[in-house]
Design a binder for this molecule. Structure first.
Ligand SMILES: Cc1cc2nc3c(=O)[nH]c(=O)nc-3n(C[C@H](O)[C@H](O)[C@H](O)COP(=O)(O)O)c2cc1C
Length: 204
């Protein structure tokens, strides 16, 4: 798929694992031609600041900081930001074509909202649209341990056609850095979205 222009909906929520979003978005920026919609929840910013030791205050600053060390000439992918609360934005409509959606990381709260058709914000609505249009939806949940309600929500989402990609990197590649762990999950997400199986410099 990497030969054609790709349009995804990328959502970041307030589960632990901000690194996974960083790895995925930066790999998309460097390797995949296209443009994607990006929705970042307020709690995602809070968790990102805590885990990545940053002090950003808005989704605009978030994407700027992720792309800061990628030279403009290296950027193949651009991101259009949509507000978490803008329930009428383009990703809320099934008539807006996309090549799928990923929520990375995905909180249990957002997972629940999708599993129960709540559609109370743009991330939940875009996920609902992705499923009803029979497009690919990947969620990357992180919680430990899982409770029964969370497991049932993951089952419901899977039965509805979504794919649960747990934020559980393998260690058989002998990861040496945090970036290796982030790239492991980003690489699995690439594969599931049909973007190729390998992030350059990293093999599953
Ligand atoms: C530092 C921090 C870490 C969190 N980690 C998780 C987590 O790993 N998994 C989870 O489901 N929720 C986690 N939460 C709770 C969610 O952020 C919370 O449920 C929030 O309402 C999610 O909203 P969102 O899905 O709209 O981003 C965490 C919250 C904070 C502040």
């Amino acid at each position: 798929m990497a030969d054609k222009s790709v349009h995804l909906v990328v959502a970041v929520t307030g589960a632990s694992g901000a690194l996974y979003a960083v790895s995925f978005i930066q790999a998309l920026s460097k390797q995949i031609p296209g443009d994607s919609s990006l929705i970042v929840s307020p709690t995602a910013i809070r968790v990102h600041n805590q885990e990545m030791r940053t002090n950003i205050s808005s989704p605009e600053e978030y994407i700027e900081s992720l792309q800061a060390n990628i030279h403009v000439r290296e950027r193949q992918h651009s991101f259009r930001l949509y507000s978490h609360t803008d329930i009428g934005a383009r990703p809320a409509s099934g008539s807006t074509h996309t090549d799928g959606m990923i929520i990375i990381p995905c909180s249990m709260k957002t997972l629940s909202g999708i599993a129960h058709g709540y559609a109370s914000n743009l991330i939940e609505r875009a996920a609902e649209v992705t499923l009803k249009e029979r497009r690919r939806l990947i969620v990357v949940p992180r919680e430990a341990p899982y409770g029964l309600i969370q497991l049932r929500n993951m089952t419901t989402l899977t039965e509805a056609g979504g794919i649960v990609l747990p934020a559980s990197p393998g260690f058989y590649q002998n990861p040496e850095t945090m970036a290796d762990l982030g790239n492991f999950i980003a690489s699995r997400a690439f594969s599931l979205l049909g973007l190729g199986t390998i992030i350059k410099g990293w093999q599953e």
